[in-house]
Design a protein. Structure first.
Length: 166
């Protein structure tokens, strides 16, 4: 894995999230917060979890310390605020991955959890995990948005790669 690959994944992560959030901000609050079969019970809670873990894993990758707290709906009350939070976090991810020296990607990183023993993994594996986790929840969100008549369209990585890289 090279830095250019990780940067491309970060750019894809932003592109795909933005496609989803472009649709989400136009939903009625009742649709956003309606109970459904997504992994976190509602579309909003699933997307909040996605944003939270993007933030969480970036800090773990940057500092080796995983935060003990998580985002809550009281701090992010609606879709517009969530979209802005995700945009800011995407920008932080891009800044971070662009700053990584090439050789650091394969070096082991030991990261600490608040309620678990420290774990060690190559930095590139942690970064790919964070973005892959987002892909999982964007797929869930895309399914729900489709059920609500607001599909985000194709958010496949290959579609992004063919449109944005030569």
């Amino acid at each position: 894995m090279r830095i250019s690959d990780v940067v491309m994944l970060a750019e894809y992560n932003h592109w795909a999230s933005e496609r989803v959030m472009r649709r989400v901000v136009h939903l009625a609050p009742s649709d956003l917060h309606a109970p459904c079969s997504l992994s976190h019970g509602t579309l909003f809670q699933t997307l909040l979890h996605m944003a939270d873990t993007q933030w969480y894993w970036r800090l773990a990758c940057e500092t080796g310390e995983a935060p003990a707290r998580s985002l809550s709906e009281s701090k992010v009350p609606g879709a517009s605020e969530l979209r802005e939070l995700m945009r800011q976090e995407d920008a932080r991810w891009l800044e971070f991955v662009r700053s990584i020296p090439e050789d650091k990607l394969v070096r082991p990183l030991t990261f600490h959890w608040a309620h678990a023993k420290p774990r060690t993994q190559s930095l590139w594996v942690l970064i790919v995990h964070a973005f892959n986790h987002g892909t999982h929840h964007r797929a869930e969100a895309g399914l729900r948005l489709g059920e609500l008549g607001r599909s985000p369209g194709d958010i496949d990585f290959l579609i992004y790669a063919s449109r944005h890289r030569s």
